[in-house]
Write a protein that binds this ligand. Structure first.
Ligand code: NI
Length: 152
């Protein structure tokens, strides 16, 4: 499978709502385009074995509780902020064989699932910030991008 480059904010592709995956044949995964509803979530620590969840057309069917943890994103380099999310979620999705499954998650996994499903809807974690904090983010991020360009 080809290695895809990470798109950085404010690339317009990050604002696109992804289309559902509608074909499950033997080689579905490599054929999935970048704008398809496929999320891969891995919350294992760096010293633990990978625990990958591949969620096709994922949908959150139940939410419970509140959480507010610091998040970051490969598409928004060097910026972190606390985001209000649900503490526990139940997500319904297709696995790579096209079979419906459900997963109950809390903690980091619940946050990661919400973060990744947001991406499929063109929503970044910084979109959850208050208007005031978003203004601060835009200024800081501009500086971060300028510094990174100077370092090249
Ligand atoms: Ni992200």
């Amino acid at each position: 499978m080809a290695l895809l480059a990470i798109k950085h904010y404010p690339d317009p592709v990050l604002k696109q709502v992804a289309e559902p995956v509608d074909a499950f044949d033997g080689s579905a995964a490599p054929q999935v385009g970048v704008a398809r509803r496929l999320a891969v979530v891995d919350c294992s620590g760096s010293d633990e074995p990978a625990q990958l969840f591949t969620l096709v057309n994922p949908e959150i069917v139940h939410r419970e509780g509140d959480s507010c943890e610091e998040e970051g994103c490969l598409s928004v380099p060097a910026y972190y902020a606390k985001v209000d999310r649900s503490a526990r979620v139940r997500v319904r999705y297709f696995n790579l064989d096209g079979v419906v499954e459900e997963l109950e998650a809390d903690g980091l996994l619940a946050i990661a699932i919400q973060h990744e499903i947001d991406h499929l809807d063109g929503i970044l974690f910084v979109d959850h910030l208050s208007p005031l904090k978003k203004g601060i983010f835009r200024k800081k991020y501009k500086k971060i991008m300028e510094q990174q360009r100077e370092q090249l």
